[in-house]
Design a protein around this ligand. Sequence first.
Ligand code: RB5
Length: 143
Amino acid sequence: MIAIGSDHGGYALKQELLQHLAGQGVETKDFGCYSEASCDYPAYAKAVAGAVKRGEAQLGILICGTGIGMSIAANKIPGIRAAAVSDCFTAKATREHNDANILCLGGRTVGPELALMIADIFLSTPFSGAERHARRIAQIEEE
Ligand code: RB5
């Protein structure tokens, strides 16, 4: 299952993404928000990050206006590696090198076609498993 959340700034893109992933047979869970009414992004970041941290979701996607607020909030949760991404190279690299477990997108900064392409790349790219990358990721969690 892929956990997905947004605030009002990412709501429209989230609706497109949910439809796109459903068309591919990808199981998703929408953690809100559920309208374009103004709301606060940290609650949705925490809900999706919690589902990923508990292993209920393999990966998560968070969308706000820029992707930045969501990534800052999600990265407060231990074990979460949330990457704000706006290009295809980074979408692939952050899975291969950082084993990023949450993709953050900007509904106001990335066009919908590019955003869907970024999501497809992120969801289909495995962590490389290279020792140097695993070592660096482990260092992130150290005090
Ligand atoms: C909401 O206006 C906006 O601040 C939010 O969607 C996001 O861009 C924050 O980083």
